[in-house]
Design a protein around this ligand. Structure first.
Ligand SMILES: [Zn+2]
Length: 246
C-alpha cells in the first residue's frame, strides 16, 4: 500500500503505522547537537539538541528497513574513534616500532547514510530535495530508490573536502544544504572531524568555490571524489589508514 503520510510511499510497500525517528540517530551522537545553516529559518548558524529533532513521516516498514544504515553509522563512529585514539597514543612512540594498521569502511554505505541524514534534515522544509523533486520538503523518487538499491554514478556521490581547517565535531554534526534553482542539490557535512560534500547533480565540481558553497571557512577547499582512504603519516611513512571500499 501507499501510505500518504509516509515520505517513501513511492516505494509502494508501506504499512499503516507511522513511527517517530530521530533525525540524527543516537549511535552517531548520543546527546550532542546538530548545527544547521542555510535554510530560511537559519540563514545564520543555528544549533539544535539532537534529542529534540524527531520526524514522524515514515511508516514502520520504511523506518525499520533502513536500520542497517544506522548500524553502519555506529561502525563508522567507532572506527573513527579508534583511529583518532591510536593517532594520539602513537604520537610519542618511536616511528619504526609502530606496526601499520588498517581500518576498513564501506564507502557506499557512508554515501547512503549521508543521503539519509540529508533527507531527514531537509524534510518538511522549504525546498524540494533533489533536482527532480517538485514538492517542497520531499525527496525525489530517484533519491529514495537510491537509498534502497541504487548506486550513484560520477559526478554524483561523496566528495571529501580538504581544507586547512580541522574541525573537531565529536558531539555535533554540522550540515548546510546546497540550493540551486530552488532545489536542494547537495549538502555539506562536518561529521566526526571530517568534511564531506554529498553531490546530487550531474554538474562536475572539483573545488569549493562561491558557486558551490559560499562558506568562508572552506572556500578553495579541494574536493576528492570517493576518496580511497585517509592516512596518518609521519615523516613520509604511513602509520595507519582508514580505507573506504567502493
Ligand atoms: Zn512507507
Amino acid at each position: 500500500m501507499n501510505n500518504p503520510k509516509c515520505l517513501f510511499s513511492s516505494r509502494g510497500d508501506c504499512v499503516k503505522q507511522i513511527s517517530g525517528e530521530h533525525v540524527i540517530p543516537n549511535v552517531i551522537i548520543p546527546s550532542g547537537k546538530i548545527t544547521v545553516k542555510g535554510f530560511f529559518w537559519c540563514k545564520e548558524e543555528k544549533s539544535v539538541g539532537r534529542k529534540s529533532l524527531v520526524n514522524n513521516n515514515l511508516c514502520e516498514h520504511h523506518n525499520s528497513s533502513l536500520s542497517p544504515l544506522d548500524n553502519f553509522g555506529k561502525d563508522y563512529v567507532e572506527t573513527i574513534d579508534k583511529f583518532n585514539k591510536r593517532t594520539k597514543s602513537i604520537r610519542t612512540v618511536e616511528k619504526k616500532r609502530i606496526p601499520y594498521k588498517e581500518y576498513k569502511l564501506d564507502g557506499n554505505l557512508l554515501e547512503k547514510l549521508l543521503l539519509k541524514l540529508l533527507i531527514n534534515i531537509c524534510t518538511q522544509k522549504e525546498y524540494p530535495i533533489g533536482i527532480d523533486s517538485d514538492t517542497n520538503g520531499k525527496p525525489s523518487e530517484t533519491l529514495i530508490d537510491y537509498l534502497y538499491e541504487g548506486f550513484f554514478t560520477y559526478p554524483m556521490g561523496i566528495y571529501m573536502v580538504e581544507s586547512n581547517h580541522n574541525i573537531q565535531t565529536k558531539n555535533f554534526v554540522v550540515f548546510q544544504p546546497r540550493v540551486v534553482g530552488g532545489n536542494i542539490v547537495g549538502g555539506l557535512f562536518v561529521f566526526r572531524g571530517f568534511q564531506y560534500y554529498l553531490h546530487l547533480t550531474n554538474e562536475v565540481v572539483d573545488t569549493i568555490n562561491k558557486s558551490v558553497f559560499n562558506e568562508d571557512l572552506i572556500l578553495g577547499g579541494k574536493l576528492y571524489y570517493r576518496r580511497e582512504g585517509i592516512d596518518l603519516k609521519r615523516d613520509g611513512k604511513v602509520l595507519q589508514s582508514i580505507k573506504f571500499e567502493w
